[in-house]
Design a protein around this ligand. Structure first.
Ligand code: C2E
Ligand code: CA
Ligand code: CA
Length: 582
């Protein structure tokens, strides 16, 4: 029997055989198009996925586009028809298929052409693979994630396509989380997604960035058109968003960037968008800020610098190091601990303080790994000091992007265990953005760390979200009173009253306090009357590299010993004199 005879004998069973083969892998979906009459057969898995009533259709595209994510339809149709015409045959193309109202799976497909003996195309075979819910798709909104945003922007830059990009952030979204819970918040995000997709219409793509932030990428739009889109989004979200028939008015901030110069990468684009959006939030009451208008050349240098730092944070961590600032006991002025403060250094920029970059890095997932490196480095340095001072402690600044990660608990415990130090030698300072997290969540995390003996402080108390109400709610061990309360305190009764009430509140709730910004002796002497637990500031020392810090500790110890000896001698002298007198 020849091969031909073998196959022709199987004529009736072809479909069953095909289904058996294609069902071998649960991820594989197959379509076969007869190129002569365009009739198409879909494998059983496709039929099930789309809920089709039969396997064969008259047109290839019939039914198969319904579930393609609207943003990907154009790409899907082009990918399909290109390959049917024999173009890009060995290249895969990706698209999302909707699996629910807002959920998607990522698919990648490739096509092959079957030819007859004359070389004429007869059949087109499309094989696609279901990658499920991958990191590339946000599971709440079905939108492409930040990773894909970067990838697509890099592609646009490489192909030098003109593009206009809009970043939109929902203001105070954490309140929705706190008030109504995560499930409700996710529904809000889904509805926001729907409205954003309406705003993008068929001219743009929508991406979910971190948290309640989104990006819209348009092929070509000028500033006026971007303003129009933004106003549409602003109006829709403040007025047209309903859940369970109840209006949910949302405020937004927005930054846009028109891509005209291609000497940059996605990270630089994101930096620009973040910069413009932060300006919108802090300086323009949520009105759209277009980066191209706002930024002068000075700032340009700064942004290039941030891109370099960002890359270091992701890749090598090469330029980062820690400086330490002493924390002194107010009772005797002795240095009993230190705060670790991040620096970055590289030529030709020199040493760069965190004020320039920390806000940007905190927006990025890289802060988690960088933050872990900071903790482990601070513990390593503390270990060295601990040999002589076993109770010395280190304060480390913690960002929201660290504490909100599930692995954070285990990571901290592991780093601490590895160091062999006592848990109470580590104090975690919750910085400004941590306080935007859900209060109940924060409480849980603080309780957890406290139960392990680790200390937790609230940084910059009295500013931003760090109100007394929050302090009442959060079981922190220490309040660090922000420097702004101390500046000019001698002449400002309001500030005096604030510091006094924070310290009394802390004492009544058995919390410690640290006054920051103690710059000179006069201020120090004045502040003593508040009886805070700790003092910190330039008077003791500016933040300095670890080697200098060790020298400082040695010197201050020598000074303390001399001082103690002097006091001892004075008191002896006084005693002998008084004895004499008696
Ligand atoms: P912070 O935690 O409130 O740190 C205190 C800042 O005040 C430090 O600035 C310090 O150099 C400065 N400072 C200390 N004493 C005085 C004083 O007497 N007078 C004045 N005028 N300033 C004083 P720095 O190092 O530039 O840090 C700025 C902020 O960056 C920090 O504020 C903190 O929020 C953030 N940061 C620093 N290191 C890290 C880090 O490792 N991780 C995270 N997440 N944030 C960090
Ligand atoms: Ca701090
Ligand atoms: Ca502080």
């Amino acid at each position: 029997m020849t091969e031909e005879q073998f196959w022709s004998g199987l004529g009736d069973y072809q479909e069953q055989i095909l289904n058996i083969i294609t069902n071998l892998s649960s991820k594989t979906y197959v379509g076969i198009v007869n190129l002569k009459n365009k009739q198409t057969w879909w494998s059983q898995r496709v039929v099930d996925f789309f809920g089709l009533e039969k396997n064969v259709f008259d047109y290839a595209m019939e039914k198969s586009t319904v579930k393609v994510h609207p943003d990907d339809r154009e790409k899907y149709l082009k990918g399909f028809s290109d390959r049917m015409q024999g173009k890009h045959l060995n290249e895969r193309f990706e698209y999302r298929l909707m699996t629910g109202k807002y959920t998607c799976s990522l698919f990648s497909a490739y096509g092959q052409i079957v030819r007859d003996e004359q070389g004429e195309p007869v059949l087109f075979v499309l094989v696609s693979e279901n990658h499920g819910i991958s990191d590339e798709i946000d599971s709440v909104t079905g939108l492409y994630s930040e990773e894909m945003f970067d990838e697509h922007i890099n592609d646009i830059i490489q192909r030098k396509v003109p593009a206009a990009i809009l970043k939109v952030g929902i203001e105070q979204f954490s309140r929705i989380n706190v008030l109504y819970g995560v499930e409700y918040a996710n529904r809000v995000l889904s509805e926001v997604t729907y409205l954003l997709r309406c705003a993008a219409a068929d001219q743009g793509f929508v991406y979910r960035l971190s948290g309640p932030k989104f990006a819209l990428v348009f092929k070509r739009k000028n500033k006026e058109q971007m303003q129009k889109v933004y106003h549409f989004i602003q109006d829709s979200l403040s007025d047209r968003l309903y859940i369970n028939d109840k209006k949910v008015p949302l405020r937004i901030a927005g930054g846009a960037f028109i891509l005209e110069n291609y000497a940059m990468d996605a990270i630089a684009v994101r930096s620009r968008l973040t910069y413009a959006m932060n300006h919108s939030r802090h300086k323009h009451h949520g009105e759209l800020v277009i980066y191209n208008d706002e930024i002068d050349s000075d700032m340009h240098d700064n942004l290039e610098l941030i891109s370099v730092i960002h890359r270091d944070a992701i890749e090598k961590r090469e330029g980062f190091f820690l400086c330490y600032q002493p924390i002194a006991d107010t009772k005797d002025g002795e240095i009993r601990g230190m705060e670790a403060l991040l620096r970055w250094k590289k030529e030709p920029y020199g040493v760069v303080p965190p004020g320039v970059f920390i806000e940007w890095l905190e927006e990025d997932p890289c802060i988690f790994d960088l933050g872990n490196w900071i903790i482990s480095q601070a513990l390593r340095d503390l270990k060295e000091i601990s040999k002589e001072k076993p109770d010395f402690f280190v304060n480390v600044n913690i960002s929201a992007g660290q504490i909100e990660r599930k692995e954070f608990r285990d990571t901290v415990l592991w780093l601490l265990k590895k160091s062999g130090l006592k848990p109470e030698q580590l104090c975690m300072e919750l910085t400004e953005r941590c306080r935007e997290l859900d209060v109940n969540f924060l409480k849980q995390e603080i309780d957890f760390f406290k139960s392990k003996g680790i200390k937790v402080a609230m940084d910059d108390f009295g500013t931003g979200n760090a109100s007394l109400a929050l302090a009442l709610d959060l079981p922190v061990d220490e309040l660090k009173i922000d420097m702004s309360f101390v500046r000019g305190i001698q002449e400002k009764p309001m500030k005096q009253a604030m510091v006094q009430s924070i310290v009394s509140f802390a004492q009544n709730t058995e919390k410690e306090t640290c006054i920051e910004g103690v710059e000179d002796k006069v201020l120090l002497d004045y502040l003593k009357k508040y009886h805070a637990t700790w003092h910190q500031g330039y008077y003791y020392s500016r933040p300095i590299p670890f080697n200098e810090f060790k020298t400082l500790l040695h010197d201050s110890e020598k000074k303390q010993t001399q001082l103690r000896r002097k006091l001892y001698e004075q008191s002896n002298h006084f005693r002998s004199n008084s004895l004499h007198w008696m």
